[in-house]
Design a binder for this molecule. Sequence first.
Ligand code: NAD
Length: 454
Amino acid sequence: MKYFLAIVGGGPAGYTAAEIASKAGKDVVLFEQNALGGTCLNVGCIPTKSLLYGAKQYYNASHAQKYGVTAENVAFDFAAMQKRKTIVVRKLVAGIKQRLNNEHCTVVSGQAKVLDNIRQFWRIECNGVEYEAEHLMICTGSTNFVPPISGIKDNPAVWDSTDALAATELPQSMVIVGGGVIGMEFATLYHELGVPVTVIEAMPTILPNLDQEVVQVLLDKYKKAGINILTQTKVESIDGNTVHYSSLSSEEGRGEVSAERILVSVGRRANLQGLEALEGLELNRGAIVIDEFCQTNLPKVYACGDVTGKIMLAHVASRQAEVAVEHMLHDQMVNVQMVNYNAIPSVVYTNPEIASVGLTEVQAESMGISVEVRKLPMTFSGRFMAENEGETGLCKMIVDSRTGTIVGVHCIGNPCSEFIAAASCAVRNGYTLSDFQQVVFPHPTVSEILHELL
Ligand code: NAD
């Protein structure tokens, strides 16, 4: 059988593409070597959020007194949290399987290998069987990057994010190398469950790509809560359970810190296994180069998701998949909407959460945009006050001062992840302050902080 589309990788990019193309009546085959859902569903977004929610419940119960609730002997059962996480993941994976079955998509469980292109059909081998497809979509994702630091390899004390998610017992103490998104989410999880945590970050600040005024709110809270955060600090080597580091800010010199577990979370790299036969496939820093419709430089070969190294987020992957499939379905007509990389929301699930979309003040200024920055503490929202006793937060809106267009929104404060989509709409559609002013926000909700800024 000849397929219209063969997809390698069943994460958010792959399964979204498979569902859309199958729904459009096309014959689709999808290859997945592990579980459907990819990193996001199995060892990323969903399991992390399940465990973080457990930790947050524990945190809230332990701090219930500030709401006039007395809870004695508050405790948690880590094994039960893990069990619940596994059930959540299992149900969601089954849901994807069901959806693809409903659309009559062929799902092949195994490691696919692209062989060649013969008479304009891509040949792919999996489990000893050959498949042919007119279009090929590479959605092979990414894996944890292992930096060339001596003492990481084969060290049982060292974890990557997958190990940190699968832990059966809480460690006595933890060092996290890398204060990026993964590092700070795990710092939150383990700290809230009572594990002493040290974060080591090479840059002058944690979460270096985010608005730093927003990050400062988190830093202040986490430092006060006892998370040890060392910035401008480079890990030199790891020896068993001890991390040796040197400070990049001259005076402080060298030091070491020991912990039962050392989580290394210093970024991820594109997965290119099984694609060796795609001679001439253009790469940039180990990721597949794509155009605005997610086409690679090879004919009828698309790539979506982390493997493109664009922005490693599940919702970027699924949006890329929508664009790519639209493009191939319409025989590459150019009226397909492209991915708007300027309006991609992102969330860091710390406590409080950080959510942002669009340009930061620094980015806008470096692009020569003259900006007006509007900001308010979250406590301007009545709902925030009602539900976040003793907490602080901040919401910033970055406006192009020449046109009044909203180019970015950055917030910290629960539950900003739930309303950043409203800000994404504004940035995506080029709303001016007065356009956004006409949008009615429900009262009382924390989202009203956006309206307060207009
Ligand atoms: P990251 O790039 O976000 O952060 C890695 C951090 O490690 C950086 O701050 C970097 O300066 C630091 N670093 C690098 N080498 C170091 C060293 N030797 N010593 C100390 N610090 C060092 O990468 P990540 O946190 O591993 O996340 C990987 C990808 O997964 C990211 O693209 C992220 O956006 C995505 N992700 C997203 C979410 C979410 O959306 N909530 C959650 C998890 C992961």
